[in-house]
Design a protein around this ligand. Sequence first.
Ligand SMILES: *Cc1c(COP(=O)(O)O)cnc(C)c1O
Length: 367
Amino acid sequence: MNLRTPGPIPVPAEVVEAGSAPMINHRGPEFAELIGELHEGLRYAFRTENDVLTLTGSGTSGMEAAVVNHVGPGDRVLVVTVGVFGERFLELVRIYGGDPVHLGFAYGSAADPARIDDALAADPGIRAVLVTHNETSTGVTNPLEEIAQVVRARDRLLIVDAISSLSSIALETDAWGLDVVVSGSQKGWMTAPGLAFVSVSDRAWEAQDRCTTPRMYLDLRRAQRSQEAGQTPWTPAISLMFQLRQALRMLRAEGIEAVWQRHHATAERVRDGLEALGLELYAAEGYRSDTVTAMLPPEGLAADEIRAIARTDYDTVFAGGQASLGGQIIRFGHLGYTTDEDVRGGLEALRGSLAKLGHAVPAAAGG
Ligand SMILES: *Cc1c(COP(=O)(O)O)cnc(C)c1O
């Protein structure tokens, strides 16, 4: 199957195999060595000297950890959204009793750093900014470096959902001054779903010490203390950590900057291929993601019908739209372990599916 969703993505055979190793004691020396190597590898990919904690849970557990450890009851925070995953941060802040100020941008567009600056200038009570780096629901990458500059200059805490960007798209935790950065194993990390990663700056640790929101499983201080002792507070998903160790070795061998470049080149091939098929890309030009591309179906055709044919007739699985985008768009994932063959196959599946629905496709397209 050609799995072209923006997570989970295909996992390399070496990584699958690494995950089948026999169990070890998570309170023993083998585990201490494992978590030590993971921490090194994660810091390398996060471009940080900060602690990076590994949680057993999907990416959303990392988002929830970011909220419960840093946003106290009644704390005013700016939540910047450009799509469904940004709205998840908004929901989390509300559920835990924070006081969110919502700065939403239209789906398909990117967040405007100047408007974030205006919002912060207008409200000195805002303590933190929560933002999505790569909005997987629309295929938009926000200008995170510029956003970070604005937030830094106003001296607020910056919390970033980098679940579908980190390891695939350039992100500099320390150089850009990102306080809390979250990612998840099934995106660019070439690992099965079930682990979340969260980096924490010194400023963020200070904010945690003041934050009174109740927390236990996702308490990052507990995770940090355990990690210093070569452990996790609770029994972790050891098999996934075996997988991740292998994936991180592969990332380091390739070099993180080469990985970013590879993603860009792959994304360009996908975008060019889709435009050659006459398909309109959903995300605004200049902000198109290098990990997932969203497209609109041709006039008169249903997105989900195209996806259904791609799956049954071409064994190729694309993602649909989420929430209000349901049935409106098709999303083509190209993060992590994506080969040229995967891209060609994906484009071919779309070309064939469109043709079967009676849509005239330019002859040279799809290759
Ligand atoms: C996938 C994703 C999530 C959610 O992660 P889960 O692993 O499904 O919990 C959150 N944010 C972004 C940007 C994502 O791409």
